[in-house]
Design a protein around this ligand. Structure first.
Ligand SMILES: [Zn+2]
Length: 218
């Protein structure tokens, strides 16, 4: 399947993408990784991107578009596009790219979630300062409070995990992505998954079936 994936912070976008990659052999195309790869390998596009980043400027859409084009040209099928398109201009450009490369888009997956559920999840999330392991104290508390089961390290909340900050992050995300989500809704490509109801690990096969159904229906 050829998927685009969107999800508010905390909805589980990373988890879903990792599962699709692991169990369904799809390539995970993240714009962040792509930039890093091209910059490290000093490709032409990498050099152009560096020139903006080094100057503290935003990389123009056209550069990101070209990066995606070059990657999709190689991959062609069974991928999850993550972090692109970010705006309507990029969404329109992606349409052109897919058409040119004759790649059918299966679905744009939007992971929606109730704000209160995210706040709950993130507030209960602690990270080991030593090994980086993440725990959810509500679902699976550690054996000893404040101590990592894995390595005995000290656990702490992520610095930005206060409820005001979390809600602001979600609202900003919703506001920024709304036009792109509408774009795919109008094209009848959108599949919304309410992650307040689904656990993306336990219900992964259900989610996958929903996407397969979309692929058949078109
Ligand atoms: Zn640890």
């Amino acid at each position: 399947m050829q998927l685009i994936i969107f999800g508010a912070p905390g909805a589980g976008k990373g988890t879903l993408a990792q599962n699709i990659k692991k169990y369904k052999n799809h390539k995970h195309i993240s714009t962040g990784d792509l930039f890093r790869k091209h910059i490290k390998n000093q490709t032409e596009l990498g050099k152009i991107a560096s020139s903006y980043i080094d100057a503290g400027e935003l990389v123009p859409d056209e550069v990101t578009d070209d990066l995606i084009y070059s990657e999709l040209k190689l991959i062609k099928k069974d991928f999850i596009l993550d972090g692109y398109p970010r705006n309507i201009h990029q969404a329109q450009r992606l349409d052109e790219i897919l058409e040119e490369l004759e790649i059918p888009l299966t679905a744009c997956v939007y992971l929606s979630i109730d704000k209160n559920v995210i706040v709950d999840r993130l507030l209960y999330r602690v990270v080991c300062q030593n090994c980086g392991f993440t725990y959810n104290l509500k679902i699976a508390p550690t054996k000893v409070e404040g101590i990592c089961d894995n390595c005995g390290g000290e656990l702490s909340h992520r610095k930005d995990d206060s409820s005001d900050v979390i809600i602001h992050r979600i609202e900003t995300y919703e506001k920024e992505t709304a036009p792109v989500i509408n774009f795919y809704e109008e094209k009848n490509s959108l599949v919304s998954i309410d992650c307040s109801k689904y656990d993306l690990i336990d219900n992964f096969e259900d989610v996958w079936q929903t996407l397969l159904k979309k692929e058949v229906e078109g």
